[in-house]
Design a protein around this ligand. Structure first.
Ligand code: CTP
Ligand code: MG
Ligand code: K
Length: 182
């Protein structure tokens, strides 16, 4: 059922969604690339900081722990779902760390394409973190990914994530929390 697929996809990917927003809210300070350059351009740029990385990891893993406690309580109360995912350590760290790694990988690519920090790169900006999250989760806990990230969940995730991401960022921009509306 589509609604169940949507709910499971959203729940399973929440620990991958929040790291970006936490990094945006709490990031700043020394950049991860130490201001080093590659071919005349920054390796990652000033938008990728240690503080943002730490905040993102912490927020994602903490949320996964909370959701794991809530899942068995909430699932019986939500009529459309049979079960909601709980997160193993590998899944939690994979989703949060993979989201941050995917975001960093995208910045690396953007700098190689001569795009300045913060310049919009449609497609990459909206999917980098979810692809990174699913890849690292699949490496750290393939059984969890096999159980929860079914093909319909994956399809929904790839379609709904960009819409959700743009919506959240637009709202954050309107509220004065982020520098760019995308
Ligand atoms: N951020 C951070 N550390 C990270 C990721 C993000 O401090 N590892 C913060 C930065 O303040 C960044 C903001 O979150 O500006 C928004 O993140 P993002 O849109 O990914 O960075 P951009 O500034 O757009 O830079 P880039 O072009 O490299 O994506
Ligand atoms: Mg950006
Ligand atoms: K990004």
């Amino acid at each position: 059922m589509l609604v169940e697929t949507l709910v499971v996809a959203f729940w399973a990917l929440l620990p991958a969604y929040v790291p970006n927003n936490a990094a945006s809210l709490f990031g700043g300070g020394p950049p991860i690339d130490g201001e080093r350059t590659l071919g005349g351009r920054r390796v990652l740029g000033d938008g990728k900081t240690w503080r943002g990385l730490a905040a993102g990891l912490l927020a994602g893993v903490a949320l996964a722990i909370v959701l794991s406690e809530l899942a068995p309580m909430l699932a019986p109360a939500v009529p459309v779902v049979d079960a909601l995912p709980r997160f193993s350590r590998g899944a939690a760290f994979g989703l949060a760390g993979g989201a941050m790694a995917g975001d960093m990988a995208a910045s690396f690519v953007k700098r190689r394409l001569d795009r300045d920090r913060g310049q919009a790169t449609p497609g990459l900006d909206q999917l980098d973190f979810v692809v990174g999250a699913l890849v690292l989760a699949a490496v750290l806990d393939p059984a969890w990914v096999g159980e929860w990230i079914t093909l319909p969940v994956l399809a929904v995730a790839l379609v709904v994530t960009p819409v959700l991401h743009v919506g959240v960022n637009a709202a954050g921009y309107a509220a004065g929390l982020t520098k760019e509306p995308y």
